[in-house]
Write a protein that binds this ligand. Sequence first.
Ligand code: NAD
Length: 499
Amino acid sequence: MVSELTSTVTLTGIAGHKLELPTGLFINNQFVPSKTHNTLETLNPATGEQLAVISAASLEDVDLAVQHAKAAFKSWRKSHGPVRQKLLLKLADLIERDADELATLDALDAGKIFGESRHMDVPNAIEHLRYFAGWADKIDGKSLRIPNGFAWTQREPIGVCATIVPWNAPLMITIWKLAPAITAGNVLIIKTAELTPLYGIKLAQLVLEAGFPAGVIQILTGLGTVTGKAMSQHMEISKLAFTGSGTVGRQIMIEAARSNLKKVTLELGGKSPSIIFDDADLENAVFWAVIGITAHNGQICVAGSRLYVQKGIYDKFVEKFREMSLKAVAGDPLLQDSTKGPVISKVQHEKILGHIQKGVEQGAKLLYGGKDVEGKGNFVENTAFVDVGEEMSMMQEEIFGPVAAITKFETEEEVIEKANSTSYGLSSAVFTNDVSRAQRVSQALEAGQVTVNAWAMLNPNTPFGGVKESGFGRDMGEDALDGWTVLKTVKIAILPGKL
Ligand code: NAD
């Protein structure tokens, strides 16, 4: 049963630590209920129990946030770089101060292992804020020569921007958008995922404490089909950065085309290959390959879900991979002993088990796992299939679960062709000690990023995003700023001088 909306909710974290959060939408630096009294219930995926009932933004609330954003942009666009820099650095410091609480919210709401969020997601968010704060006074253009004149380009903020983010790494992905958007002088409306809204409320409290002017950063909790849709259709939102599924990404593009042709960038899913050559350091390859598909239960867009292992190392690799994967201890993500949390929802749980069932029906050999973990909550065993054919659905479709598809290959040419044989192109990993092979294969892979002898290696200084159906536009690095600025050219004619 969904409870009534109260003005605050109290959550219990590690060792009984209490955390009180407002339940309202963060509009114009205030927490307010939805104008239409819409609400949203959020559940703990480890237990299935209700965590909170909070406000959910309607079309009217989105419009109100846009009007405040427009008003804020008038002065924010003229703010000096060092002013924006100081505020972003302050926000980074506050996130660092409250890192335990933010990791607690990731554990409660997203089912993320506390230590994983505390030592990976939260520091990554802080690093992004500090990295992009450094750009605030360095977003320049070029000077250009033209006959009888002079020209230059300047990169200007776009204006009222929005972002719609997913549930799998909620804080981290939000900051990947917030940091470049704000440093470039935009105002930003954030829609959190309906499954993980609580971190967004905490982040809003920190935005307020950091001292950002009202309307510069607004955070709306709400449903994709209501709040997200209203944002994608809005005539006065000029840019929408989306991270999520390809299905919703396509809908957003359609709505953008139907409305005001807002600029859209999409970070979508993946079916990323990890390629292990005979000459690789076996221990290192196993370590990263296991993390690549079991971290956060494979609910990571860059999950290394397709493992191609060369013939000579195959048997040893599979044995060690199995050994390490099965060491996972499933349990409450807040508890220190747990190394594996639940998957996000009942729906996701059923979807993963459905993919596993389909794999068996299509003739892939189940090496281990494949079942529900007994008890409350949405747990699925770490699972691996071997002898998986390229045409099988588990080689082509993103499962977003702890399911590895392992297959044997013989030659470099063969594995490149197989690795490139999906519609996705987000990330890939190559394990080899041959530096020339590392370069050849990296060049040949169709992916937005390639890591050699490691997995993911996300860093604020290195651009991140997809090719093919994994999307377009980049988070991270200087290139991310292209997605949050418009280029203006100014040309000045040089008039003949009078003697
Ligand atoms: P999703 O597409 O269902 O939801 C993402 C966001 O879109 C949520 O905030 C949701 O509320 C919103 N949304 C849903 N319907 C909408 C609509 N009609 N209009 C506007 N917004 C709408 O995806 P998900 O289940 O939250 O996340 C899983 C997917 O995201 C996977 O495919 C995964 O690969 C992808 N993902 C990609 C990256 C990346 O950086 N490339 C990162 C994380 C997740």
